[in-house]
Each structure stands twice: as C-alpha cells, then as structure tokens.
Design a protein around this ligand. Sequence first.
Ligand code: FAD
Ligand code: SIN
Length: 512
Amino acid sequence: MPKQVDFLVVGSGIAGLTFANKAAKYGDVLVLTKKRKADSSTNYAQGGIAAVFGEDDAPEYHIRDTIKAGEGLCHEKAVQTMVREGPALVEELHSMGCRFSMNSRGHFDLGQEGGHSRRRIVHAKDFTGQEIERVLLEETKKAGVSISENEIALDLVVQDRECQGIYYLDADTRQIDLIHASATVLATGGAGQVYNHTTNPPIATGDGIAMAYRAGAKVANMEFVQFHPTAVYSIKIDGRSFLVSEAVRGEGGVLKTKNGVTFMKKYHQSGNLAPRDIVARACLEEMHRTRSKYVLLDVSHLQADFIKNRFPTIYETCLSWGLDITREPIPVVPAAHYLCGGIYVNEWAESSIPRLFALGECSCTGVHGANRLASNSLLEALVFAKRAAKRVESVKALHASRPIKTKKTAVVGPNLLFQIKEIMDQYVGLIRSEKGLQSAKRMVDNFRCQFDDGIHIINAESRNVTVVAQLIIESALERKESRGLHFMTDYPKKKKMHCKDTIKEPVLRDAL
Ligand code: FAD
Ligand code: SIN
C-alpha cells in the first residue's frame, strides 16, 4: 500500500468509482473499500436513475418535481446542476456498456416512480445498481485505478485545518496505517444500519459522516431519514431487508391492507405513487388501524410474463421464499432506506475542511431538501463525482504531505450496534415526538461517553453509528415542525422559521 497518493477515495459505490475513473486523468488514485469491491448500496439499487429523456419531458419538469418533493429545503442551484448535467452521464454509462432496458424504438425504456410528473427512470430491469457497479468496476481497470479491499478508513488526518489523508485499518493484518493525499474523497454511502429495519447493506454505518464530523466538518439535515414504504416483511438477507422497488407501483402495483382493501387514495390524490414519506406513513397508519404487522403490495392482476421480465430479481427472490408474486400479494413494511443529510458540501463537492470532498449518499449537496425524489440519488452521485473530479485538477497543485505530528493510539471500543438500533427504531423512526427524542438522546449520549478520542480499531462501526445516531436525534430535536421526512406529533405543521438547513459543526477539543 502506498504511503502517499494524489487522490484517496474511500468507498467503491457509484460515487467513489465515478470520481476515481475520472480523476485518474489528473493523478494517481487509490480507492479503499471496507469489504469487497461491490459491497455497496449501489449494487442493490433497483428502480433506476431519474433523468430527462422522454419526449414529453423537460429539465424544468424534473427540477420542479425535485423541488416540490424537497418541501422548501432544496438548494435550487444544486438541483439545476444535477438535472441539467445528469443525462450526459447516464448516456456515458450506457456507452461504457451498461445494459439499460430499451424500448422497441431503441430508446431508454423509461420507468415511473412516485413524485415524478413524467416517465423518466432509466433502468436495467430491476437490477440497475448491479449493472452500474459492474460497468464502473470494469472501467477502473481501464483507467488504472487501484482498489484495495478490506481496508477500513478510521479517521481523517487534519492538520493546519486541512485534510492530509486518513488513518485506516487493514482488516486482514489488523495493522493501522496512514495514507497522505492531496485530496481525500469520502464516498462511504448512507447510514441505514443505524436502524434494525433497513434496506441498506451492512456497510452502511455512516462512517464517512462520523469521521468528517469528528474532524470538524459541517454536517447538515441529518433528521431527514427516508423510509421506503415497501420492504418485504420479516425476512432479512445478509443483514438487510429486501426491497420491493417503487417501480413496481409505477407499473400498476397496489397497496392494500391485510384484509385486501386499497387505501392510498385516502391519503393522497396520486394514490400509490404519492411521495414516499406520505406512502410510508400511510402504510404505518393502516398497520396500526388494522392491527397488522404489515400491509400488502399486490401485483397479481398484472400479466405474469410482464412481472417476470420487468422485475426478475424481485420475482425470483420472493419465489425462493415460497411467494409467487404473480399469484399472491407481498407482505411489506416501511424500512430505513436513504439519508438525505450528510457532510455539507458546495457545488464542487468540497466540504468545509479544505482538501476534503464528500460524494454520494454521505454528502449533503442540497438537492434532496427534506425529502428525496425517487431515483435522484444515483444521479446526484454521478453529477457531483464528475464535478469533484474536475475540481481536483487544481487541488493537486496544492500537493499534500506536510509531516504528520500526532498519531492516535488504537483502543478497543464497546459494541453498541444492537442497542443503538433498538433505540432508533423505537424513538427516531417515521413518526417522532419531543419526549421520545429526548429519551433517545439521553441513552445515546450515555453510550457516546464510552468512546474516547483514540482510534477504535475494534468496533469502529459501533463508534460511528453512535455519532450518526446522535446527529440524527439532535437535528430532529432542533426541527420543531413537521416537514418532508421529519414528522413530529408535537408539531404537525410546517413552520416558516424552520425553512432552512439544520447545520451541525462540532466544537473540537483538539485537532486530529
Ligand atoms: P455506496 O454505494 O453505499 O458505497 C459506499 C462504499 O463505501 C462501499 O464500497 C463501502 O464498503 C465503502 N465504505 C463505507 N465505509 C467505509 C470505511 N470506513 N472504509 C472504507 N470503505 C468504506 N437510488 C436511486 O437513485 N435509484 C434506485 O433505484 C435506488 N435503489 C436503491 C435500492 C436499495 C436496496 C438501496 C439500499 C438504495 C437504493 N438507492 C437508489 C439509493 C442509492 O443506491 C444509494 O444512495 C447510492 O447507491 C449510494 O452510492 P454511494 O456511492 O454514495 O455509496
Ligand atoms: C426503488 O427502486 O424503489 C428505490 C428507488 C430509490 O430509492 O430511489
């Protein structure tokens, strides 16, 4: 492993790999990833990428839909950038060999998802993410990017107020080391694993956000956790709940109570394709009302061949559990799915710490506001990764490598993952209250005290999850209103005075 690189990327999902492939033109790139290369949320993305290709579509419509979903908190300039620069990058993926589904006229077969006023979801059947990950990994070979697996980034090295690189743990040798870089790029994904019920894979423990926050970076909008309404009830695969894509409702899937009664029209004029927060809360309410642990998602009225061809992963996975979705409805529940908040960045993906970039789900670019529009996250990752790569041309000139004066000692931290998840599920879910959040805060603050400032080689994820849980709870407590994904029983309405980002910045005891 080199001791110094031009560009150090943490994470091998769509954000990290897109950046790495593009930045390789400007210098040497090393990607560290904590498990195997393809272990990422990207690899499980189903629905697709939202982008303007339809004949009846226009950037203005996509911008309008995104801003409407974001409930007053979207940064309009960032949304404009994403929507206008996105389609060329989707086409680039296609030209790299990404096998998106095509229609009989040779154009992208555009899917429909909630909150979109037009069909604009480019997809590869229901395994879009796997296809993107495959192509981007192929590209890294051509671009000469090095990827090192089983390397866990632990903490950032910040000196003279600039990011100098990271400390990491080699999971095979159990050695801690340090890499210097001209630019360090966090692309560590989301934090669904802060909850028990999540569609996110086990890697999603918010490491990048926790590392950046500990190092003094600004973090924003952490209260906006998106719950997907339709994860399969009670079955987990490799630590994650299995998602049934929103695209299934886009093609005619219908939500019903356990007694077979449809209910979404009661909650929103767009029915089954209402914005995701509304559908998720409606499902929860119907579960309570009917005293059921799930609601049903029914596609059995659609043509069996169409289901098998359009949604092969969902069809086959359910069938492997004995559920033939062409004949029977799927029991589903809401599950934590996406974090709209993250490391606060500008339009070039630069964080508040010089020479530290953040991309993809661990960042907060301002495009999602209080509620992300379906299939906008893969698009956001592509666009801001490209922009960051453009930016590092100049960062390289700064060249890093000032000698590092301090080195932290490795200590063993407690494993608190299970307790934190229980607290977050109980008090910090889809519906929140001041009292519940205060209880959660007391418990999590107590856990936080069990970690000191050393580098926790063992249970690093537990330490990060504790920091992220704290950030979500504190941000939720500050927002004394209901807006988008954040719903408080004590304050059920939006308030004008809260129409702004929630920004958290740590008071540093000492520089890392
Ligand atoms: P990820 O793809 O999660 O990659 C993070 C990387 O960082 C991983 O390689 C991980 O191992 C690495 N990492 C993390 N911590 C460390 C550490 N400490 N050290 C080293 N490496 C580390 N969005 C859409 O737009 N459309 C969809 O259809 C869609 N479907 C989805 C379906 C599912 C089931 C899920 C879970 C999400 C879906 N999303 C979708 C959201 C979208 O997939 C993610 O937001 C996006 O893929 C995140 O990409 P990323 O590159 O930021 O992070
Ligand atoms: C899905 O396929 O329903 C997920 C889409 C997304 O999260 O954007």
